[in-house]
Design a protein around this ligand. Sequence first.
Ligand code: ADP
Length: 357
Amino acid sequence: MEVMIGKTKLSLIQGDITQQNTEAIVNAANTSLLGGGGVDGAIHRVGGPQILKECKEIRARQGGCHTGKAVITGGGKLKARWVIHTVGPIWSGKNNDDNLLRNAYCNSLTLAEEKGIRAIAFPSISTGAYLFPLERAARVALTALNDFLKKPRCLEEVRFVLFSKEILKVYEDCWKEISGLKSKLAYEGKVVKLRLDELLLPDGRKSIHETVEHRGAACAIPLLPDGRVVLVKQFRQATGEIIYEIPAGRLEEGEEPQDCIKRELMEEIGYRAGKLELLLFYYVSPGFSNEMIHIFRATGLKEEKQDTGEHELLEIVTLSLPEAFKMIKEGKIRDGKTILGLLLIRSKLSTANFWNQ
Ligand code: ADP
């Protein structure tokens, strides 16, 4: 079976991993990296002693390979130029088995990407001597791959080389289930969209993941020449209370965070920033939302006529930094980006170059 996931071809075939002509093949290794049975034994047999020699060098450097991690050697006499050795978990029946198996696939794929490898072949990791239940392993493997390929990658082909007809059928059936998963937009509002994604869990159950899509936002700590900081105070419908915040705003379609915050500083507090420095950017709550906030430091502020637009219900408050920190401590400032921004300013206040200290 062959399908495209984005620009990458996924092939599921019956065969022998040692005979693959992909640029890299993956070995279901053990933590010692010294070879073993099954796939591991076959790869060392066909690839010759060079692979073991390189594995021993890796061992000397880092002492083997932990479960879920991956290392790379040349392919010796194999057709494949590279062998990625990864260690799947020995089935214990605990939840972490799924995570470790997922890591083995993700770390192998990441290593392949880092090496610029275009085509890679995997065996069914952990399902031989390590006794991971086959259907469950297939769900973990194919879900990990499907998720990995959600971002653009340079991999052109990922091949699963399954040793028997029966194993191939399990993987094919599992892929059918994954490709049949649905995703729908449940709500599209002015500020957010709510997307519902069906997920396939390792045990075969399905669950719905709710994602709040948000274009992202920019905010700034406006620092006046005398060291005070300018905040705004307003009633927030979502919390049902008045909240102190640094000036912030939602990005417009295609807008750069820097342009967004320039606009918001004018509209919310009536200042033009002489200098804007990006301090950091972060996901607000990645468990359910893709909203990212960029935090800037705004200095060289010049007062302009305030262009309030729709912001007339804002009250402007200027505070010294000790006053602001006290309010954080007392729980009076409770907005995440405001707390984070102020603490950043506090920790690096005296440094000329923010992160280079
Ligand atoms: P693990 O120790 O991770 O369980 P094994 O090598 O014991 O790994 O088995 C993993 C899977 O690889 C099993 O499904 C086994 O049938 C299969 N297998 C064994 N030899 C090969 C081979 N040469 N090519 C492809 N798959 C193989």
